[in-house]
Design a protein around this ligand. Structure first.
Ligand code: SAH
Length: 440
């Protein structure tokens, strides 16, 4: 992606980008030089309301309906539009979707770059090249995220590589309409054995999109499909498993857990799904015994198979149940662990649910602390984008006070490097993983 500076953002002032609620207008600290030129474009124009354009000059890619003052022309669903400020100054080019609350997704910020096949091709090349730098030549059991939507300048497209298969998610209707082109480009560039399309829950309604999971090129992926991560083998179901089959974003946090676990220790892996954290603790960290807890029988079946695959079945036990209830039962049985991992699913999708989510995190972490020996390790995660790192750390302070035990964060981590955060779109950094020492 070329990052030519926008004429309205002198470098010296561009140090304080909008926060995660960047759609809301923030105090204007921009010097405003005279406009480069007002746009005179043939395509439909989306005119942003006065004082609402700042996030887009900062290249936030989501133009919500509420920021739009006027639409000039009659753009069709998926059509390319120019986004301009109220005074006519050009901001960027995007794709229009009247069915989504995100009316326009922006993809280019100069008026010479059309959103044509060459642009998508370049963006894919850049994202793939960045992953090759991280992973080297992909092996037949490498699993990683190749394209991460806004973070790679392609809002609405996610592509995960699992060995020789690609798992694609389309979360924008306009890109879904270009799917044949995108699939063709992915085939040309990566020569996968197959491409499988996965649909994200709720996205159909959010985007007015009618797509279903399907094989879109090549051969169906094997079930299970085997991958290796930091020396641990996993068999996963990319067709029906959660997400695209595996939680790739936690890769390096599983490795981190292994670094902190000592030989023979007892570990509790809550929300274990396919057994990722627990297996890292046993295979890499030398844990003596892990108890994995999850509500999903299917997840636990995969986890059991993965423990066998790594020949550590006798050290990995499982309990099916709701986390809160299992934690309570373990506490009343007087059980203690050297390390507890908490990796719950997203707790809220809406700002209105934030307080409730924080209460949930508090309860979970409070129960986990109860089960830790003095000096034990708590690896606690949140993938709720709306919960900020500050919120999460404050929640931990509340837990420490409540439990009367000090909590030190020894590592504050996020998602693995193949899920980068775009500084233009803070929402791309959703995962928090705090590695904590819990005192006596
Ligand atoms: N730690 C896993 C990923 C966890 S994803 C890994 O490294 O791969 C979240 C998991 O929480 C899912 O497997 C889901 O089945 C489980 N889950 C959701 N609600 C739950 C609940 N109330 N109690 C226990 N598990 C739950």
């Amino acid at each position: 992606m070329t990052l030519a500076r926008h004429p309205r953002i002198p470098a010296a002032t561009a140090i304080n980008p909008p926060s995660s609620s960047s759609i809301a207008p923030s105090p204007c600290h921009l010097v405003t030089p005279s406009p480069r030129h007002p746009v005179a474009l043939s395509q439909p124009q989306i005119i942003i309301k006065r004082r609402r354009a700042q996030p887009f000059f900062y290249r936030h890619p989501w133009v919500f309906a509420g920021a739009i003052g006027r639409v000039d022309g009659q753009p069709a669903t998926g059509e390319e539009v120019a986004v301009v400020a109220h005074d006519g100054q050009f901001i960027g080019r995007g794709l229009f979707n009247p069915h989504s609350n995100i009316r326009v997704r922006l993809y280019a910020w100069d008026d010479e770059t059309p959103l044509d096949d060459a642009l998508w091709s370049r963006r894919l090349d850049e994202a793939i090249a960045a992953r090759r730098e991280l992973f080297g030549e992909f092996a037949s059991d490498t699993a990683c995220r190749l394209i991460y939507s806004e973070a790679d300048g392609i809002s609405g497209l996610t592509v995960d590589r699992y060995g020789e298969w690609l798992l694609v998610q389309l979360t924008s209707r306009a890109l879904a309409e270009r799917r044949d082109l995108l699939f063709r480009l992915l085939q040309e560039k990566l020569k996968p054995r197959g491409i499988w399309l996965r649909t994200e829950k709720g996205i159909g309604e959010a985007e007015g999109l009618d797509i279903a999971d399907a094989l879109v090129a090549g051969k169906e992926p094997p079930r299970p499909l085997f991958i290796e991560e930091h020396g641990v083998r996993y068999g996963i179901d990319v067709v029906e498993g959660q997400k695209t089959g595996f939680y790739l974003d936690q890769r390096d946090n599983r490795q981190t857990l292994a670094r902190y676990v000592h030989q023979g220790e007892r570990v509790l892996d809550v929300f274990c799904y396919s057994g990722g954290f627990g297996l890292a603790a046993i295979v890499r960290g030398g844990a003596g015994e892990v108890l994995g807890v999850d509500v999903s029988e299917r997840g636990l079946a995969v986890a059991r198979a993965n423990a066998e695959l790594n020949s550590v079945g006798e050290r990995f036990r499982f309990e099916r149940g709701k986390a809160f209830e299992v934690l309570e039962r373990l506490a009343s049985a007087g059980e203690k662990f050297d390390a507890v991992v908490l990796d719950p699913p997203k707790m809220t999708r809406h700002r209105a649910g934030l307080a409730q989510a924080l209460k949930g995190y508090h309860q979970l972490n409070r129960s986990a602390v109860e089960l830790l020996r003095p000096g034990g390790l708590l690896v606690t995660c949140s993938c709720s984008g709306l919960v900020s790192r500050d919120d999460f750390e404050r929640m931990l302070a509340g837990v420490a006070l409540d439990a009367g035990r000090p909590i030190q964060i020894v590592e504050s981590r996020g998602a693995a490097a193949d899920h980068p955060m775009s500084v233009f779109c803070p929402e791309t950094a959703y995962l928090k993983c705090c590695v904590c020492r819990v005192g006596g």
